[in-house]
Write a protein that binds this ligand. Structure first.
Ligand code: DX5
Ligand code: ZN
Length: 217
C-alpha cells in the first residue's frame, strides 16, 4: 500500500489553485482540493468552474464539503476521486450515478464526531476513507487526537483500505495518525505556510513512514 503525503489546497481563486499546485507538483502524486459551499461548512472556496481543466500529470481528489454532493460531482468530469461527506449525502443512488457520469471514483469522508456505523453500509463501494481530524471549514486548526480510536478501529476492520487523515497534520500529529493506521496524510498549513514546500513534504513523509512502521512492525 502506498504511503502518501497529500497537499490540501483550500483557496478562493483559480490563480491560487494553480499557484499551490505548482509549488508541490514535483514532490507528490496526489493533490487534495477542498471545496466548500458555505452551507455544509461556514466557508466557501472555488467551485465547479475552477475545477475544469486541472493541470495534467497529477492525480486529484476532491474533498466535497458541500450539502448534497450528488448535485455537484457530475459537473466535474475526469478521473478524480470524489470524497463526499457521509453527513451530507441525501441520495446514495443519485450519488452513484453522478460519480459514474463524472468518470471518477468515490471516497467517503466523516466528521470527527461521526461514528463508523454511518459509513459501514457504503464501505464496499468506496476507494478511500477520509477521517477528519478537525471540524471541516478552515485550515490551520488543531488536530483532534480522539479520532485516533476511529482510525485504529477502521484499520483493524479493513487492513488493506486506503485511510487518509485530514486536519491539523504536522510531523508530530502525522506520526500519531500513521501510528493509528492511516496510510495517507492530507496537509495544508504545514506545507503551504512553510517557505520550503519540498522540505515540509519530506518532514511529513518521514513521520508517515515512521508511524506506519511502528503500527505495522
Ligand atoms: C478542512 C479541510 C482540510 C484543510 C487542512 O476543512 O478539509 O483539508 O485544508 O488544513 P490544515 O492541514 O491546515 O489543517
Ligand atoms: Zn480537506
Amino acid at each position: 500500500m502506498a504511503l502518501e503525503i497529500i497537499p490540501a489546497v483550500l483557496v478562493k481563486t483559480k490563480e491560487e489553485l494553480l499557484e499551490h499546485i505548482s509549488r508541490v507538483r514535483n514532490y507528490v502524486n496526489i493533490i487534495h482540493i477542498d471545496i466548500m459551499d458555505n452551507k455544509f461548512v461556514p466557508n466557501f472556496t472555488i467551485g465547479i468552474k475552477e475545477l475544469q481543466e486541472l493541470p495534467s500529470g497529477l492525480r486529484y481528489e476532491i474533498h466535497w464539503m458541500v450539502q448534497k454532493p450528488e448535485g455537484w460531482v457530475a459537473k466535474v468530469k475526469g478521473p478524480y476521486l470524489h470524497m463526499v461527506h457521509v453527513e451530507a449525502v441525501e441520495s446514495w443512488d443519485n450519488l452513484a450515478n453522478a460519480v459514474k457520469e463524472s468518470g471518477g471514483r468515490l471516497g467517503v469522508a466523516l466528521n470527527p464526531e461521526t461514528s463508523l456505523e454511518k459509513i459501514k453500509p457504503h464501505l464496499k463501494n468506496v476507494e478511500k476513507i477520509l477521517v477528519m481530524s478537525v471540524h471541516p471549514g478552515f485550515y490551520g486548526q488543531k488536530y483532534i487526537p480522539d479520532v485516533e480510536a476511529k482510525i485504529r478501529e477502521l484499520r483493524r476492520m479493513l487492513p488493506k483500505a486506503e485511510i487518509e487523515v485530514d486536519g491539523g497534520i504536522n510531523p508530530e500529529t502525522g506520526l500519531r495518525a500513521a501510528g493509528a493506521g492511516a496510510n495517507g496524510l492530507a496537509a495544508a498549513s504545514s506545507i503551504f505556510a512553510k517557505p520550503d514546500a519540498e522540505k515540509a513534504i519530506e518532514d511529513l513523509k518521514n513521520a508517515l513512514k515512521k508511524g506506519w512502521g511502528e503500527s505495522h512492525g
